[in-house]
Design a protein around this ligand. Structure first.
Ligand code: ADP
Ligand code: MG
Length: 238
């Protein structure tokens, strides 16, 4: 335990919450499948970034997380890699419809980056990723959703549109990521986020990532996450 806290300190990781899994050192410590390990190596990722060292074991253990680390710290892979494990763990994967993993991001540019990253990591496993954000025709998105997907990457407004049109069903969704939560608040998406969260089953795993943690974001996190572990890397503003 002493070693663990020394190791965290050396990485400038702070954690709160009960029973926090200890940080890992290598991707090999995560128990990833050979397909996923190959995808990681193909990206040129040799070892996990600091946030990944602590967030990966927490998320892989099934816990909810509030992850706070500055831009460029590798938060995307921290939530995408366990999402793929979560999806591959589902029994009878192809029998039901609708996404298992749902990722919300504030802008179409950010959503698109996540979409590309999720595709790279999931293609070895045959997982389908659908894009639900502006800049693409709604008709194309409707078609993509109709052919089926396991992951949806969305901006909140467009996802609400698709839910209203019943183009996507959330019955299978058990892994929800709110990325760049602070920016989603700044852009006024709090009502949309609440609506989306309200349409996803309460036994989901919920992950919230942000570069900063203003009080209103913390308050929402406390409402929609269950017994979360909070992980902060480095110095973070409010
Ligand atoms: P954030 O979401 O925290 O701003 P990103 O997930 O966008 O950060 O990652 C920033 C950059 O770091 C990306 O180019 C990504 O491919 C790269 N990256 C992420 N994890 C690793 C890793 N373990 N090793 C090397 N590069 C990584
Ligand atoms: Mg990011």
């Amino acid at each position: 335990e002493q070693d663990v806290s020394e190791y965290r300190k050396s990485l400038a990781i702070r954690v709160s919450g009960f029973d926090v899994p200890k940080p890992i050192k290598l991707f090999e410590d995560c128990g990833f499948s050979p397909a996923l390990m190959n995808a990681i190596k193909k990206q040129g990722y040799e070892k996990p970034t600091t946030i990944q060292c602590q967030a990966l074991p927490i998320i892989l253990s099934g816990r909810d997380i509030i992850g706070i680390a500055k831009t460029g710290s590798g938060k995307t892979a921290a939530f995408v890699l366990p999402m793929i494990v979560h999806i591959m763990d589902q029994p009878e994967l192809k029998k039901e419809e609708g996404p298992i993993g749902v990722i919300c991001a504030p802008t179409r540019e950010l959503a698109h980056q996540i979409y590309l990253e999720a595709k790279k990591f999931s293609k070895n496993d045959g997982i389908r990723v659908a894009a639900v954000y502006g800049g693409m025709s709604k008709l194309d998105q409707l078609k993509e959703l109709k052919t089926g997907c396991e992951i949806v990457v969305a901006t909140p407004g467009r996802l609400i549109d698709m839910l209203k049109m019943k183009a996507v069903t959330m019955t299978r969704a058990t892994y929800l990521v709110l990325d760049e939560a602070d920016r989603m608040f700044d852009l006024g998406f709090e009502p949309q986020i609440r609506s989306i969260v309200g349409q996803i089953r309460p036994d989901r795993q919920t992950l919230l990532f942000s570069a900063t943690m203003p009080y209103k974001v913390e308050r929402l996190a406390r409402e929609i996450l269950g017994d979360p572990i909070r992980v902060t890397v480095g110095e973070v503003g409010m």
